[in-house]
Design a protein. Structure first.
Length: 289
């Protein structure tokens, strides 16, 4: 199928892009990598009056380390993140998650900002953002604001970004040295969206688990921190019994939906299984280079 008719704009600056969104009064869509938007247009599931293409705004593509954070311009390609030495050193969980995103052509065009703004709960980047308690920066005609994961994700393919706002930056705290990490997911075929997934990070201190982070993908309308499961690990440690208890609790915490790919019961079971796998792999990596 072919997309419906729309106006096309390729602004040279962020200010020009925001002005275009204001001009169309909520009837325009922002084009980043296009890996999700173009299929929606072709199937006529999205019918915007205009596309505002950000690909000509070079200032939105960068990876910077700043005061214990890694900052990513919204137009930074997933392929650049996958092979970035500073990301591999400071945010290895993001490196591992990026390798699971679709196929090579998708990662070559897809962007970190586009993935998060699209808000597919099965996607890897929203889960990593949630697990690491990162933030995103949005800019619009009224200025700039910073949003945490619980503030930006609203539901399936839905965010709290205003119709005249653009997600311009993603900020993730660098992982502590020696932190264990793993991203586990199950999909029907390589490159498909995950039926369910788990992002995990473990930080040890004095032989104990000082910090545990667990977040879901594909287990509900938004990615979710599994705080009660994290508390089990921080209280009881990382022995197999504690990991098993945390995995069982993780399965109890989620409230997934059924669809053509899997039932809610199966997704809930997967969360427990994947949580156990992720925690054991993260534990094995703790203290490593």
């Amino acid at each position: 199928m072919k997309p419906p008719k729309f106006d096309y704009h390729a602004p040279a600056s962020l200010e020009e892009a925001i002005a275009l969104l204001v001009r169309y009064g909520g009837e325009a869509k922002v084009l980043a990598g296009g890996q999700s938007l173009m299929p929606l247009l072709n199937f006529r599931l999205s019918r915007p009056a205009a596309l505002v293409d950000l690909n000509g705004i070079g200032s939105l593509a960068y990876i910077r380390e700043d005061d214990g954070q890694l900052r990513f311009g919204a137009m930074t390609r997933q392929r650049a993140i996958e092979f970035s030495p500073v990301v591999r050193r400071r945010l290895p969980l993001l490196t591992e998650a990026t390798a699971l995103v679709g196929h090579l052509p998708i990662r070559t065009r897809g962007t970190i900002g586009g993935s998060i703004a699209h808000a597919d709960p099965s996607a890897e980047y929203p889960a990593v953002l949630t697990a690491l308690d990162g933030t995103v920066v949005a800019r619009g005609p009224r200025g700039e604001r910073t949003l945490r994961p619980a503030e930006i994700f609203q539901g399936y393919l839905s965010t709290r970004l205003g119709p005249d706002e653009i997600l311009v930056e993603v900020r993730l705290p660098a992982m502590p040295r020696g932190a264990g990490f793993a991203f586990e997911e199950l999909s029907r075929r390589h490159g498909d969206f995950a039926i369910a997934g788990i992002a995990a990070m473990l930080v040890g201190e004095g032989g104990h688990c000082a910090t545990a982070r667990l977040a879901t993908a594909g287990a509900g309308p938004v990615p979710t921190r599994l705080r009660a499961a994290e508390e089990i690990l921080e209280r009881e440690g990382l022995a197999d019994a504690a990991i098993d208890a945390a995995a069982r609790r993780a399965a109890e915490l989620v409230d997934p939906d059924s669809d053509i790919h899997a039932s809610a019961e199966y997704r809930r079971h997967l969360v427990g299984v994947l949580c156990g796998r992720a925690l054991r792999r993260a534990r094995a990596r703790m203290g490593g280079a």
